[in-house]
Design a protein around this ligand. Structure first.
Ligand SMILES: [Zn+2]
Length: 347
């Protein structure tokens, strides 16, 4: 095989290899092997000194021709591979803006928060202020100012957790009332307030009792406030919460801080009074306690009980939520089980 034929065969074989090369690394390898200092073309050019003067230019220019042709072939393939690599990267990194996005999990307000806000809205609409207070309280505000001196037997109904002899966690939101009463300036108008919040008692937890629960207590003090005002207010509240047809009835009861005191029942919102499971077949549901503020409570807050009178009531958002949604265990509200909580998405 003549030198010329060898070069021609080398060219054909190399062009095949270049065409088949699938990446830049392989292509570079072909370039080094064929055109590099130790490659066959360089070798031919190096061996030119042994050729005759006649052959030398012919082979020399042929070898250069082939080197140029292969260089051009490699450059062309290199450009093609670079474009392909770029297109591949672009395709992999592209964002399809038409794909549906991932939905963020959205929380919901706790069912008790929803009930409390609903009740707050009703009272704000009637001109009440919403006052929050301390969960850790003084015995003085929690008991004594509520007409429950240290040795009073009714304290047993509200046993709690003591931090010291004088400091405890509140058993009702009444201390907020005591603190508000002593500051209220009656020359600027009547006192109308509700106090929502957590309260604590040393109850054994069962389906209807929890050591922690919620209260919303209300208080109105002005001149000439009567039991009629209390009944009208509570009737309006129950009708807003359980339907316009609701009626209420008052039964005599006892609380140390009100006199007279009443238990308030609402006509059953489920059966309308005919009798069902919710109302235990009586047609009535026990819903809250209330009464006229005891003169002692007014006097202890520096309010003249001859001039002023008032009513107070306390209701349990937990109980209202249980009745309305048919929840049979109060502990569900405090266990943070999302399968339970998720059911009350609200509006
Ligand atoms: Zn009923």
């Amino acid at each position: 095989m003549s030198l010329q034929e060898k070069l021609e065969a080398l060219k054909v074989a190399t062009v095949e290899k270049i065409k088949a090369a699938e990446d830049l690394q392989l292509l570079n390898q072909i370039r080094v092997e064929t055109l590099g200092k130790k490659g066959p073309i360089t070798e031919v050019l190096r061996g030119m000194k042994d050729l005759s003067a006649e052959e030398r230019p012919k082979i020399g220019s042929f070898a250069n021709e082939i080197r140029d042709a292969l260089t051009a072939e490699i450059e062309e393939k290199k450009a093609a591979l670079e474009v392909a690599a770029m297109n591949k990267a672009l395709a992999e990194e592209s964002i399809d803006v038409t794909l549906p996005g991932k939905k963020m999990a959205q929380g919901t307000r706790h069912v008790l928060t929803q009930i409390m806000e609903e009740i707050e809205d009703i009272f704000i609409g009637m001109g009440y202020q919403v006052v929050e207070g301390y969960e850790v309280e003084q015995d003085h505000y929690n008991f004594e100012r509520m007409n429950l001196p240290k040795d009073h037997p009714a304290r047993d109904m509200q046993d709690t957790f003591y931090i010291s002899d004088e400091i405890l966690i509140r058993t009702h939101t009444s201390p907020v009332q005591a603190r508000t009463m002593e500051k209220h300036d009656f020359t600027k108008g009547p006192l109308r307030m509700i106090s929502p919040g957590k309260v604590f008692r040393r109850d054994t937890d069962d389906a209807t009792h929890s050591h922690q629960f919620h209260q919303i207590e209300g208080l109105v003090i002005d001149e000439h406030i009567t039991m009629g005002d209390l009944k009208g207010t509570l009737e309006a509240l129950m009708q807003r919460m359980f339907g316009a047809d609701r009626e209420i009835r008052l039964r005599p009861s006892y609380f140390p801080f009100t006199e007279p005191s009443v238990e308030v029942d609402v006509s059953c919102f489920k059966c309308g009074g005919a009798g069902c499971n919710v109302c235990k077949h009586t047609g009535w549901i026990e819903i809250l306690g209330a009464g006229m503020v005891h003169p002692n409570v007014l006097e202890m807050s520096g309010i003249d009980s001859e001039k002023y009178s008032g009513f107070a009531f306390g209701l349990g958002p937990d109980r209202i939520a249980m009745l309305r949604y048919g929840v049979n265990d109060i502990r569900n509200f405090y266990q943070n089980d999302v399968r339970f909580i998720r059911q009350f998405k609200g509006e």
